[in-house]
Design a protein around this ligand. Structure first.
Ligand code: NAP
Length: 288
């Protein structure tokens, strides 16, 4: 078993919940997994317990609440009672308290909130529900995981509980507006790099034709000849925005090994500054 490396979080969004990827992760020194109340058809926690109950104590486990099954389509909600119910159920299904619980895409529940002060109240109450649950031991800590954080920075203030971690999109598929909103959210709460996590470094699809057109190795410091474009894209995600960890999904142990090997490389901050400037200029040229 390799020495632990906290920089990779094995994301289980698209996972088949097989035992071998969990054992491979531990062998590689990856001991963080990220799942959600709604993953795997709302059965992710029970599935994890079923395939790896003996492995779970070796993992730092984060999960998310805020997306609920309904008789029709599943729905997002920030209702504190529902959030609390989901956390209690999570503890039951996992047979333990998760180390971290994220509020899942809160922006989805704020669009119809009316005024910005109504949205602020709604978000504040949801954060308070998670903070209270953490204080009672239903989870080790709490955070916010947001696919589109753009509406959030203007809603936070000093009266709102401060999350332990914020997780945002990272890497070359995240647009400049999302990157800047993520950074401003982290700055608003004075979060350090270790408290900002990235997610979805390939935008969910490492086979996207994009990776055949753009060679992310241009962003890597020094020579990166033995690095694949996928590895370079992964390595770059740690600097776009600057995050302490990246949640990446794979069911394939050799893919996970490749990702782990990519951590020896670092993206070139100056090249990324140029890249961000170009993105900003392109956005400015687009019609409103
Ligand atoms: N709003 C939210 O809270 C939210 C939203 C999205 C994601 N997330 C978190 O972020 C995690 C990752 O996101 P994601 O799964 O959507 O996207 P992702 O990590 O960008 O992409 C996952 C895909 O990349 C492939 N892949 C990974 N490593 C590879 C390699 N070395 N070579 C080739 N292909 C590779 C995987 O296929 P193989 O299985 O074939 O390797 C998988 O299909 C999620 O599991 C979740 O924890 C959170």
């Amino acid at each position: 078993m390799r020495e632990r490396d906290p920089r990779i979080v094995l994301g289980l969004h698209r996972s088949r919940y097989e035992r071998r990827i969990l054992t491979s992760a531990l062998d590689l020194g990856i001991n963080a997994i990220d799942t959600s109340f709604n993953y795997h058809g709302f059965s992710a926690h029970a599935a994890l317990w079923a395939v790896g109950r003996d492995l779970l104590p070796h993992f730092k486990l984060s999960t998310k609440v805020g997306f609920f099954p309904t008789p029709g389509q599943a729905e997002h909600s920030l209702d504190p009672v529902r959030l609390r119910g989901a956390m209690e159920r999570t503890n039951c299904d996992l047979g333990r308290a998760p180390d971290l619980v994220f509020l899942h895409n809160p922006e989805q529940s704020l669009t119809g909130a009316g005024s910005s002060s109504a949205a602020q109240d709604k978000l504040g109450m949801a954060c308070a529900a998670l903070a209270a649950a953490a204080a009672e031991g239903l989870c080790g800590g709490w955070g916010i995981s947001s696919w589109d954080p753009r509406p959030l920075p203007s809603l936070i203030d000093s009266t709102m509980p401060m999350p332990d971690v914020v997780m945002v999109r990272a890497g070359l598929t995240a647009g400049i507006d999302v990157l800047e909103a993520s950074e401003s959210l982290a700055a608003g709460w004075s979060l350090g790099t270790a408290q900002l996590w990235g997610m979805s470094p390939f935008g969910g699809r490492a086979t996207d034709p994009l990776w055949g057109k753009v060679d992310p190795r241009v962003f890597i410091k020094g020579t990166a000849e033995d690095l694949s474009p996928v590895q370079a894209a992964f390595s770059t995600a740690f600097q776009l925005p600057r995050v302490g960890r990246v949640a990446v999904g794979t069911d394939n142990p050799s893919h996970l090994r490749e990702l782990s090997a990519a951590l020896r490389y670092e993206a070139n901050a100056d090249t990324l500054l140029t890249y961000r400037r170009l993105l900003r200029e392109r956005t400015a040229r687009q019609p409103a």
